[in-house]
Ligand binder design. Structure first.
Ligand SMILES: Nc1ncnc2c1ncn2[C@@H]1O[C@H](COP(=O)(O)OP(=O)(O)OP(=O)(O)O)[C@@H](O)[C@H]1O
Ligand SMILES: [Mg+2]
Length: 225
């Protein structure tokens, strides 16, 4: 009897090949490969200093790898390219805000800059979802650290995206906030988006991620002199 042919594997939305990065004589990343398919979440875990943030920065083109390449839907990934910026929502840990734009003005700006359809409705829905409605008129400097984190996350959710790249998005969130984030990232996958998640929260990684890439022990620790 003829065997059923297996369905062909979906091509990767994000394909990372051979990313290598050294600082001085310390090699932090040595030929890292990973794929994220549409509708899939991949976790990146490892101790402090193991290179997780460096890997994300090299992937999105915010840092230049010594070797290797990342492609998003077949196009070399560089966050300065408009066609890449349209598809890629990034939440890193070093988000800056304009000091004189309120919460709602930030989200409006991001939504309109990325031509989000029905920007006003989307911004209101996301403000409500992340619990920032009450502080929507406040300036970033007057927000609590968790509220600033929620604003950074909200900025990713008011714009079109095919891939989310998140560096410790759970940092500073309260228990309900982390639970919401887990639900939201699962919903992102269901909507066919890819998620690349660096996190120290094992429960969040288990809940959201289909696969996990583990980076090695922190290079150079403990200090040996
Ligand atoms: N621009 C730089 N110059 C020199 N060393 C750097 C630079 N950026 C990162 N490093 C080093 O590379 C290593 C990896 O840093 P990275 O921030 O990627 O770690 P991480 O896995 O994200 O850690 P954490 O869990 O603390 O966020 C660290 O030892 C760090 O000091
Ligand atoms: Mg980091």
């Amino acid at each position: 009897m003829a065997k059923k042919k297996a369905a062909p594997a979906k091509p990767a939305l994000l394909a990372v090949r051979g990313i290598t990065r050294s600082f001085g004589d310390r090699t932090i990343l040595d030929g890292v490969d990973l794929d994220v398919r549409a509708g899939e979440a991949v976790g990146v875990v490892g101790p402090n200093g193991s290179g997780k943030s460096t890997l994300l920065r090299c992937i999105v083109g915010a840092d230049e790898a010594d070797a290797g390449e990342s492609t998003l839907a077949g196009t070399v990934l560089d966050e300065r390219r408009p066609e890449i910026r349209a598809d890629l929502a990034i939440v890193m840990d070093d988000i800056d805000f304009f000091p004189d734009l309120s919460v709602v003005e930030h989200l409006d700006l991001v939504a309109r800059a990325h031509s989000t359809p029905d920007a006003e409705e989307v911004v209101n829905a996301v403000l409500d979802e992340v619990g920032l409605m009450e502080v929507s008129g406040q300036l970033p400097s007057t927000l609590s650290s968790g509220q600033r984190r929620r604003l950074a996350l909200a900025s990713a959710f008011v714009r079109p995206r095919r891939l989310l790249v998140l560096d410790e998005p759970e940092a500073r969130l309260d228990v309900d906030g982390v639970a919401w984030l887990g639900d939201r990232l699962v919903a992102e996958k269901r909507a066919g988006r890819g998620v690349l998640l660096v996190s120290h929260d094992a429960d969040l990684v288990t809940r959201v991620c289909d696969r996990v890439v583990r980076l090695g022990t922190a290079a150079g620790t403990p200090d040996d002199h």
